[in-house]
Write a protein that binds this ligand. Sequence first.
Ligand code: FAD
Length: 352
Amino acid sequence: MNRGLKGLEERVFQKNLCIACGACLSLCPYLRSWQGRVVKLHDCGLEEGRCFAYCPRTEVDLAPLQRKAYGKNGDVEMGPVRKILMARARDPIWRKKAQSGGVVSALIDFALRKKAIGAAILTPRDTDFLSKGRIVRNCEDILNCAGSSYVSGPTLEALHKGPWQGEEKIGVVGLPCQALALAKMRTAPVEKKGSIDKVNLVIGLFCTWALEYETLMVFLKKRVGEGCIEKMEITPPPERLFKIKMADGLHSLPVDEIRPFIRNGCGVCFDMTAEFSDISVGTVEGIEGWNTVILRSDTGEDLFKKAEGEGIIESQPLPEDHLNHLREASLLKKERAVNAIQEREATEGING
Ligand SMILES: Cc1cc2nc3c(=O)[nH]c(=O)nc-3n(C[C@H](O)[C@H](O)[C@H](O)COP(=O)(O)OP(=O)(O)OC[C@H]3O[C@@H](n4cnc5c(N)ncnc54)[C@H](O)[C@@H]3O)c2cc1C
């Protein structure tokens, strides 16, 4: 079996499973990102390549990968967990611009100020709304990246592209697929070139699914008109609305209207809580302005404790019903992924 670009094309691109995380970009001249997609420019004769090895949608044996990353296997529902709590940034500067409690932005700023990292890769919401990675080194840049874009994009390309200054360490904020790609980069049985060894902090975002750029933009232009999208939000049930803040005001659509634009590759993703991260962060449904936080590694626990100790972050226990709901939602995503994979295999079997 080819484990290079040919294999990636057959197993991921042709099956429409690519989520355009960016892990394969800027490693070779044959792959480029275009309008939120990864496109192949030319065939490659290699039998084995980093593009295949790093892709979160090529096969991976998760249990050994977890053991390599954390020294042990984690919970069935949520992977390796040391502590789960709810938290928010104390300084309103973060909470004002952030998606929920501002924990992600405040922790990245704290890690930079403490020189635990020299730079971070974030994903800004540019005016065209095309998500891509940006290297940040100061508070102003972090604020410019705050908030969620529910459109996924090639954030990880920035890791391979740089430029990086000397021996500086890097923090990365990414979706579960991107955190998995980083774990695969660390352990891939191919020659490692590039900057993965510089990464010493991964903050993962919870994610049920992400949207595909091109088709969503065509739909939104027709549905809500053209203009710069300032904020996107998905409200919890029973309301379940996709809210878009634009210069002309707030537009609210039922989430079902945007479901057709969910990336196909999200359907086979088993990971809602970014299990391959040092710290995973989501929104606490129904308690505005707070984040759910999962501390997973020494690095994550240490950073969070220091930030809390210095008054950057405040935390509380996560209420029991929220914890149970998180477990259920996380397990449900795994079940859906298993069903989707089985259905695909059955169809492929029938079609030869
Ligand atoms: C596609 C997507 C789906 C999500 N689904 C869920 C969910 O189902 N349940 C849940 O609880 N939470 C979900 N989240 C996470 C939630 O929206 C918040 O990002 C999280 O709670 C952190 O909040 P915060 O206030 O600390 O973030 P902020 O301080 O505002 O920081 C958010 C960070 O996210 C990064 N970011 C934004 N968009 C992207 C993107 N597309 N790709 C990579 N990085 C990005 C930015 O660089 C920024 O640094 C999702 C986020 C995304 C992007």
